[in-house]
Design a protein around this ligand. Structure first.
Ligand code: GUN
Ligand code: FE
Length: 449
């Protein structure tokens, strides 16, 4: 019934479902039947109603898959910040702070994507890796190169991942062999990329306007990019307030702006489809502005620890009503797995509490971190109406988890009930436990024997 890479008509999964809602960060539903027709969730009902459902919807027995009591279905993971172009450095070169790290390692690596052959070698592997790790939606930074960025869009489309893909905009404060030539060229090529992706007519893939960060962009450029995004109704992604030296530099470069966030705001770059990565060193005014403009944050704890950037106070962001999600930020982050980001988010939150338990009395819970990785991601990419959990009417972006998969690192004991299995998977599981990955109802990874 589950033919790899094809739509399977009606598909019905019977077993345990785990997801988040607005009201409850983790809901565990046992003995359910979840029906998918084409790309969408058609019904969620009690498993003992299967016969009536079968009569009502007319699906064959062969459409039904019964999960074992060691398996469950959860929403796909959403990575709201990842640099596909930095995978050649993945797990390498973490010995410098951000601004020096960019100049010495990251820009030279990204510069090599001027070679489309290299891009064609790297990008399909990146997408395979993120998909295998359960990332059903990713927001990618490519490089400043138009042609290589098209290759990433193609790799994503071919593999069936849901993605936002951005050609990076960077004009100065970067090497002469790796920068755009002018504001005109920057805008023109970005528009060409948007048109290219629109012409792919793939409902899962969109272009995202991607000014790298304020220091590599000029005011004019940022403003024109804001206009371009508005014209084409695209998403926007960038970095903000990742390190203290970066914040100080932005203050120097944009003395006429109130703060870092205001640089983006005055350029029209803060919308409900804007993803701001990091957001560690923020003032109260910036938090209020972000909340008012309904921008989303991509929390990238692994990267923030590796580059000694800072400890992001996610609780504070949530208290301000700001949408928060998780990003791997490869290769500032060393893991391509959002499960790793989830664990690191819990660690960072605990570090804050260790450091000052009066200021940080309530560290993130595992259940909240699960929501950041799924529904929070859907909110940040402004697709909560379509993805993020297992409610009827949503697109079926989901993972089948097998806690006893071959070679699995999980020790399962007979007495373990569903909440334990979910908790163990989130803390100790890995891609071996992700036996199937669905995007829009299509099985794009099949790991089970
Ligand atoms: N700020 C500007 N560019 C980058 C980047 O590539 N990685 C990270 N972590 N921060 C950035
Ligand atoms: Fe980044």
């Amino acid at each position: 019934t589950s033919v790899n890479g094809t739509h399977c008509g009606f598909k019905v999964l019977v077993g345990t479902l785990v997801h988040s809602t607005r009201e409850d960060p983790m809901v565990i539903l046992t003995d359910k039947a979840l029906g998918v027709l084409h790309s969408k969730i058609k019904f969620v009902a009690e498993a003992d109603q299967l016969e009536e459902l079968q009569t009502q919807y007319g699906f064959p027995d062969s459409a039904v898959t019964r999960l074992s009591n060691r398996q469950f279905v959860m929403p796909g993971l959403i990575d709201t910040h990842i640099h596909a172009s930095q995978f050649p450095n993945n797990g390498l070169k973490m010995d410098l702070p951000l601004l020096e790290w960019l100049q010495k390692y990251t820009f030279p690596t990204e510069a090599t994507f001027a070679d489309v052959k290299f891009a064609s070698h790297v990008y399909p592997r990146v997408v395979d890796r993120t998909l295998r790790n359960g990332t059903t939606t990713a927001s990618y930074f490519a490089t400043a190169h138009l042609e290589a960025t098209k290759i990433l869009a193609n790799a994503v489309a071919t593999r069936g991942q849901r993605a936002l893909v951005g050609k990076v905009n960077m004009l100065h404060n970067c090497p002469p062999n790796y920068r755009e030539d002018s504001v005109e060229q920057s805008i023109q090529e970005t528009e060409q990329f948007i048109t290219y992706v629109n012409n792919m007519k793939n409902p899962l893939v969109s272009a995202i306007v991607t000014p790298r960060f304020a220091p590599t962009c000029t005011d004019d450029q940022l403003t024109e990019l804001g206009q371009l995004a508005a014209q084409h109704s695209t998403h926007i992604q960038t970095h903000m307030s990742e390190t203290r030296p970066e914040v100080a530099w932005v203050k120097e470069l944009f003395p006429h702006r109130t703060n870092y966030c205001d640089v983006y705001h005055q350029a029209g770059l803060l919308t409900r489809k804007t993803i701001l990565a990091h957001c560690i060193w923020l003032s109260e005014e910036e938090l209020e502005l972000m909340s008012r403009m309904e921008v989303g944050v991509s929390h990238c704890p692994s990267s923030n620890l590796n580059l000694i950037s800072g400890l992001c106070d996610v609780r504070k962001l949530l208290h301000h009503g700001i949408k928060v999600s998780l990003g791997t930020d490869c290769s500032g982050g060393n893991s391509a797995s959002i499960l790793d980001s989830l664990r690191r988010a819990l660690h960072v939150s605990r570090c804050l509490t260790i450091h000052d338990s009066d200021q940080h009395p309530d560290p993130l819970t595992l259940r909240e971190a699960f929501r950041l990785a799924t529904l929070g991601g859907a909110q940040v990419v402004d697709m909560e109406d379509r993805i993020g959990n297992l409610e009827v009417g949503k697109e079926f972006d989901a993972l089948v988890i097998d806690t006893q998969a071959t070679g699995s690192p999980l020790d399962i004991f007979d007495k373990d009930k569903e909440p334990d299995l979910v908790e163990k998977f989130l803390y100790n599981g890995d891609d071996r436990n992700i036996v199937q990955v669905f995007v829009a109802g299509r099985c794009v990874v099949q790991n089970s024997e």
